[in-house]
Every structure is written in C-alpha cells, then in structure tokens.
Design a protein around this ligand. Structure first.
Ligand code: ACO
Length: 377
C-alpha cells in the first residue's frame, strides 16, 4: 500500500482558484560568498566533485549580525514595495523556515515588527525545503476563503549555522538567504491555477536534525555528539526527489487541464542540478524550461523557490500571461507544486531597490552577541 498522501485544498474546485495573484516579490542575499575552493580548505572535498555531483559553485553565508528574521524582513519589505502596498495592508504573515531565530516565538513575529505591520497574524510554517510551497497553499486558502486580502509569504534560512563542517556529505550543499512573495485577492483572470501537496513519512529520518526537540532535548552530550546538526541519507533523498518532483508537478499541471509542454517556466527547488535535469527529462521538456540559480546560491531550503522566482521575474524570464510552476521537495518527505498564470508587471521589480537593508531592524534580545559564522579553515 502506498503511503503517499496527496492533498488538495479541501472543497476548493480548480475553477474557484481564480483570483489569487502574485503581486510582489523580493529577495535578500547575504554578501559573504563561500566557494567550493573555500570548502576544500575545511573538509576532504574538491571544486570538481561538488560541481560535477551537484552543479553548485558557491553559496552565501549570513554575516555575524544577520539572522533568519533579519534576512526575511528585508526580503519581505522589498516584496511589499514591489506590490505597492503599505505594510499595514498585509493581513497574514507566513514564514517558512527550518532554521528559525528561536524555537519560541515564531520568527514571523519578529519580521512583523521589523517591517512595521501592526495588523497581521504571524506564524511560521515548517515543511523544510517544501515550506514555501506549503506556505503558498495556506495563503491561497486564506485568500480564496475570503479570510485575507493580502498575505506575505517568506522563505528564509540561516542553514550554515546548522551544518557540521566536518561532514562533507552535507556541508557542501547548503547556503543562506531569503525570498518573499505577496499573494493578493484580485477579481481578474489568471493567478493561481492549482495546488498539489504530498507528504511521505517513510522518509522522516532520511534528512533530519536528531536532537534539540522533545524526543531528544538539548544537553551537553547531544551537542558533543553533534546531534544539533543536519543529518542526511543523500542517496535516499536523491531517489525521493527525482521520483516525486516530476509526479507532483504533473499532478498540479493536470488539475488545470494543461500539459507540461504548456508551461513556460518551471521554478524548481534548487537542490542539485542532476535532480532538475531528471525532472526535465521525465516531463519531456528541454532544460531551458527550468530556472536554475543553484550554481551561485546552493540549496537555500525554504528560501530557494521564492528567491528563484524573484530572480526569474527580474531577469526577464517571466512575462504577463506566462504559465509558471513552482515546485519543491524536502525533509519529511514533503513535496509541493503550484501552477499559476503570471499577471503582475515585471517592471514593478525595480521598486525593491528602494528598500535599504540598514533601514530594516529586527529587535534582538538583551545581551545577544553576533554569531560566529562558519569555522575558519
Ligand atoms: N566531496 C568529495 N567526496 C564526497 C563528498 C564531497 N563533498 N560527499 C560524498 N563524497 C563521496 C562519498 O563518500 C562516496 O565515496 P565512496 O564511493 O568512496 O563511498 C562518493 O563521494 C559518492 O557518494 P554518493 O553519496 O554516492 O554521491 P552522489 O552522487 O549520490 O551525490 C549527493 C551525493 C550530492 C548528496 C546526492 O546524493 C544528492 O544530491 N542527494 C540529495 C540531497 C538533497 O537534495 N538534499 C536536500 C533535501 S531538501 C531539505 O529538506 C533540506
């Protein structure tokens, strides 16, 4: 019996999905770059191995004063500026992350304060690398049901703080950053066409952080064993990703009555170039239908799809009327896909430059000290 569980927003027929549009987008990327050559000073690896097995050349690393909330807040403020909204017009803030600033409160709360919103409900979404798509689905449901008009969805990660820099299987893959999108209700054709989410619990321990939760509370012993770092069965995760990404994309596209060849651009989770190539092959599409930026940014988990979407729009890869699929997989195992018809003016993206990082301030607790970034070679 398959344990694959497929979820469609319950009771919402595809025809009722019209009227939920992307109106804003924004990113924040830390300026520090960690190249494959830098990593080869830390662990037994090489630029050649990382490039040929993953496609990654370099990734960004959050600076000592930066956190998931600070990166999220800048990307959020940029998305709000692109949408031409006042921060207080946002009804709901959803922050997808597996690297929150704290276990409690939700990191979305800190972002709400930093962007100057006084009205919105704010919460975090936990679905690992699929988190942004799960957040998008939640935002969609709020808007389609009339409970919200404008929802801010952010994917943000400071993954380099949860990596073991003695474990070459994981530390070469991930990077830091944030991407944000505004979803708005609008009485116009286009916008979100379908949503598909899957959860396959048999992969729960294939990519995970063993300690720090209630099953294994943090202690000197768990820290000494490095159980607060990410662990991964790379081959199992690879097998899951190649199988599920194509089937989840196909399910989302089929719900709209379209076929994969009708989609102008796929924005897949940026985990591994070989995974993206396998998806293109399974969908019988050329690689130019797949947006790729993992060579510069590595895997930024929940931030990967919104960063890629914003970069695709701002680089002229998306025009009004284009059909787009947002697509992700992650720990759990989870996966998700959204089909949408793009309706926003790509030229609005220039407004993001009006937001200066130094003007967005996340409140820190008394006595907080900046975090030492990754270990020195
Ligand atoms: N540098 C050099 N050699 C390495 C490295 C490295 N960084 N990492 C592993 N190797 C070695 C292995 O030890 C192994 O050596 P051996 O043959 O002597 O045993 C050899 O390279 C091959 O290892 P494989 O694991 O078979 O390599 P593979 O081709 O499968 O690539 C990879 C590994 C890149 C991790 C791949 O399995 C993968 O991309 N998996 C999916 C990972 C992923 O997408 N994770 C994100 C999940 S999303 C989320 O929710 C966070």
């Amino acid at each position: 019996m398959s344990t694959r569980a497929t979820t469609t927003p319950s009771g919402v027929a595809p025809a009722a999905l019209h009227g939920v549009h992307v109106t804003g987008w924004g990113t924040y990327l830390p300026s520090d770059v960690l190249t494959n050559h830098d990593l080869a000073q830390l662990v037994d690896t090489s630029d050649e191995w990382i490039r040929s097995r993953t496609g990654i050349r370099e990734r960004r690393v959050a600076a000592a004063h930066e956190t998931t909330a600070s990166m999220a807040a800048i990307a959020a403020a940029r998305a709000i500026a692109v949408a031409g909204l006042d921060p207080d017009e946002i009804d709901l803030i959803l922050l997808a992350t597996l690297t929150p600033d704290h276990w409690m409160p939700a990191t979305a709360v800190l972002v709400k304060e930093a962007i100057g919103n006084t009205r919105a409900a704010a919460m975090d979404v936990m679905a690992a690398c699929s988190g942004f798509i799960y957040g998008y689905a939640t935002a969609h449901a709020y808007i389609a049901s009339g409970m919200a008009k404008h929802v801010l969805i952010i994917g943000a990660e400071a993954l380099t703080r949860f990596l073991d820099y003695t474990d070459r299987d994981t530390c070469v893959l991930f990077g830091d950053g944030a991407g944000a999108v505004i979803l708005s209700a609008a009485d116009a054709p286009g916008g979100t066409l379908s949503v598909e989410l899957t959860t396959e619990p048999e992969g729960a321990y294939d990519i995970w952080i063993p300690s720090g939760g209630s099953m294994s509370p943090p202690s000197a012993e768990t820290v000494a064993r490095g159980e607060h770092y990410m662990r991964m069965e790379g081959r199992e995760t690879y097998r899951f990703a190649t199988r599920t990404l194509a089937s989840t994309a196909l399910a989302a596209v089929s719900k709209t009555g379209l076929r994969p060849k009708d989609i102008d651009l796929f924005i897949p989770h940026q985990a591994n170039m070989r995974i993206i190539e396998t998806v293109a092959k399974a969908l019988e599409l050329p690689m130019d239908r797949m947006f790729v930026n993992l060579d510069r940014l590595g895997n930024t988990s929940a931030a990967s799809v919104p960063i890629a979407l914003a970069e695709a729009v701002d680089s002229g890869r998306i025009q009004v009327g284009d059909r787009i699929v947002l697509l992700a997989f992650g720990a759990g195992f989870t996966s998700g896909a959204v089909t949408l018809e793009w309706t926003a003016d790509p030229a609005s993206g220039v407004r993001a430059s009006t937001v200066r990082p130094e003007d967005i301030v996340v409140r820190k607790p008394a006595g907080w000290h900046p975090v030492a970034p990754i270990p020195a070679a």
